[in-house]
Design a binder for this molecule. Structure first.
Ligand code: F6R
Length: 244
């Protein structure tokens, strides 16, 4: 794992955006795996700025997001479909037909997850997968468990995740209790993984991901076994890691 230290959120965001931009420049028709949440918003904003200046062309790029809440329609403002449109896709010259997010509006979990696995595999898996990390070490919505998951599946969100995500909802009762998420094995099929983290709430998870045992109790720890992972984190998120 390569650890890139950032001063703060803005510095982390620019570094992440630089890595994604380099990927798009090197392979204009690349496949990007994308994440939602607070962490990548700054990087998406930076990429949109460069795109509008003509510096980073998304016209041939295709994207596959990690996850989606179960039971929300695509235009629900709390859905990850909506998040990706409003935070990224609407601001760059990507062909929206080439953007993909698991179909949380399909109540048939099995069918929705199988179909997502089929299209991610048909695309050849991401050239670059962008991840955030949960306070409990989750990646995608792969929560701490007694085994690592494989393909896309339906998960029950943990109390810790419901609590963390409730900041984006009016009431905690409104946070969906289930989500469809890419599995850990699918995430590991990406050729390169960039995982971003900022803030002290992530410090323990970042430490356990990089230096703890590889265990499904900290799903991100599996990334130690991938040969092309870059951790981009700010000082607060790296506070428990040894200074390099
Ligand atoms: C989002 C996702 C999650 C988040 C994680 C961190 O698509 O897969 O794993 O990356 O929960 O969320 P934030 O960035 O909001 O702290």
């Amino acid at each position: 794992m390569k650890i890139v230290r950032a001063r703060d959120y803005d510095d982390m965001s620019r570094k992440v955006a630089n890595i994604i931009s380099a990927q798009v420049i090197l392979k204009p028709d690349c496949v990007l795996g994308l994440a939602t949440g607070s962490t990548p918003i700054g990087a998406y904003r930076q990429l949109a700025g460069w795109n509008q200046k003509g510096d980073c062309d998304f016209s041939q790029v295709s994207t596959y997001n990690l996850d989606e809440y179960r039971g929300l329609s695509h235009d629900d403002p709390q859905s990850y479909h909506y998040f990706m449109k409003t935070n990224f896709f609407d601001h760059v010259n990507i062909d929206q037909a080439n953007t993909h997010v698991p179909d949380g509006s399909n109540p048939d979990a099995d069918a929705a997850c199988k179909e997502y696995d089929r299209i991610v595999a048909a695309a050849g898996y991401p050239d670059l997968q962008l991840l955030g990390i949960g306070n409990n070490g989750h990646i995608g919505f792969n929560e701490p468990d007694d085994h690592f998951s494989k393909g896309t599946h339906c998960v029950n969100l943990t109390e810790s995740t419901i609590q963390a995500n409730s900041r984006l909802f009016d009431r905690i009762e409104d946070v969906p209790r289930q989500a469809y998420t890419m599995g850990v094995q699918t995430i590991m099929f990406a050729k390169m993984i960039v995982i971003a983290a900022n803030g002290s709430a992530k410090a323990q998870a970042v430490h356990d991901m990089c230096y703890g045992p590889v265990t499904p109790q900290c799903p991100a720890s599996i990334l130690q076994l991938h040969d092309n992972v870059v951790v981009v984190a700010d000082e607060a998120a790296l506070a428990l890691c040894p200074a390099e």
